[in-house]
Design a protein around this ligand. Structure first.
Ligand code: FPP
Length: 262
């Protein structure tokens, strides 16, 4: 599911940045202080990633279920996103980082979607790192929305589905190689469920505000020791691409027609 040739080389690492609240609470600080410290960790990881062989980095900053959090925390996260865009866009552009925000934009606070779009335009020429930040993002919603368009495709395929996710602003653009979740929990929390199909999973106890280049290097070193088989066998060496599923044969073309009960 590579989207463009530029990003063909290099790893796609996705991160669930968990543990900000606990990091702050353990220090007697408000949870929002953990999110502020989390921004510094984002800077460290974005800076370190290209030299570690990462060409795409997708970070989970705010899930569609995070709207359930107290308004003070939601407001703090939205305002941190605004500050991050304002403070970082020049540095991102200079370092060849292209920033894209994935997820819904219609529920963001007034003016934020415009700032997101401006930051995306300013950093668009970047070719060193494809940085995606997921905000108001739900993989299930993304998949459900893409399914509607997919049924209208002349030749529905896995690739076409991935392209639809991306085109609708809710896709990571390519398959994830390595998923890292900080904070000690072991779950996916509705993040990139389509793109994670063959990702290697790495769960670390480090709280996100303490995460940095050394942790990323260790996670990638562990990833490189793993054998990825994509459903094949170890002896097969470089694996041929699997044939795409024949989606018409699976019956998707008729899936939304009423069926008579046997
Ligand atoms: C999960 O930790 C983290 C989040 C819900 C937000 C992640 C946000 C940042 C790292 C900073 C904001 C970044 C941008 C770009 C806006 P948690 O709060 O659930 O921690 P806990 O599990 O310890 O409670």
């Amino acid at each position: 599911m590579q989207s463009t040739r530029e990003w063909k080389e290099g790893l796609h690492v996705a991160v669930i940045m968990d543990g900000n609240g606990r990091w702050a609470t353990r220090r007697g600080l408000p949870r929002t202080a953990g999110h502020e410290a989390g921004i510094q960790a984002i800077r460290r990881v974005v800076e370190a990633a290209p030299d570690l062989g990462v060409s795409a980095l997708t970070l989970f900053a705010f899930s569609s279920d995070n709207w359930r959090r107290p308004p003070v925390e939601v407001d703090a996260l939205m305002s941190l996103l605004r500050q991050y865009l304002r403070a970082e866009v020049a540095r991102l552009s200079e370092s060849g980082t292209r920033l894209t925000v994935i997820g819904r934009r219609d529920r963001l606070p007034a003016g934020l979607a415009d700032e997101v779009a401006a930051a995306e335009r300013a950093s668009a020429p970047g070719q060193r790192l494809d940085l995606k930040i997921a905000v108001d993002y739900s993989a299930r919603d993304a998949i459900a929305n893409a399914a509607t368009g997919w049924l209208r495709e002349d030749s529905p395929s896995r690739d076409a589905f991935g392209r639809l996710l991306t085109w609708q602003g809710c896709g990571a653009g390519r398959d994830v190689d390595l998923l890292i979740r900080t904070g000690g929990e072991k779950r996916l929390s509705d993040f990139l469920l389509w793109e994670l199909a063959y990702a290697e999973l790495c769960f670390v106890d480090t709280m996100w505000p303490d995460f940095g280049a050394t942790n990323l290097r260790a996670a990638i070193a562990d990833f490189r020791r793993r054998e990825r088989r994509f459903g094949g066998l170890p002896s097969m060496g470089v694996l041929p691409a699997a044939p795409d599923a024949d989606c018409h044969a699976l019956g998707v073309a008729t899936i939304n027609r009423p069926r008579s009960m046997p």
